[in-house]
Ligand binder design. Sequence first.
Ligand code: ZN
Length: 126
Amino acid sequence: MDRPAEMAQAAELLREGLRNGTPETVAADDSEDDAEDEASAPEGRILYRRHRARERNKALRMKKIAAVQKAGGTLACEARGFDFEAVYGHRGKGYIECHHIGPLHEAGESTTKLSDLALICSNCHP
Ligand SMILES: [Zn+2]
């Protein structure tokens, strides 16, 4: 696709959709005649958002990793064994995610132990 202006506009609409939660669709427009028409839309309104989030302790990931390494383990995915360092060398070193074995929204307010956590790669847990 060699239409940088349209691509830039499409990218901006996608970004706007991500920001305000209402993804815009970009209609395919093959007519070159409309290229000079300027797109316009109302913007700038102040929006209020409210989010709920579960408290997570980021230090637990590092403690889990340290515990696995101390036990002689590698930072391989506990689901399927994928090891980023083994596959990608130095670039993959330390590249692993840490997830709760039981979903935090099910556990609710609780104390997380390292045994409640698993090292899972981003292939298995997108
Ligand atoms: Zn995995």
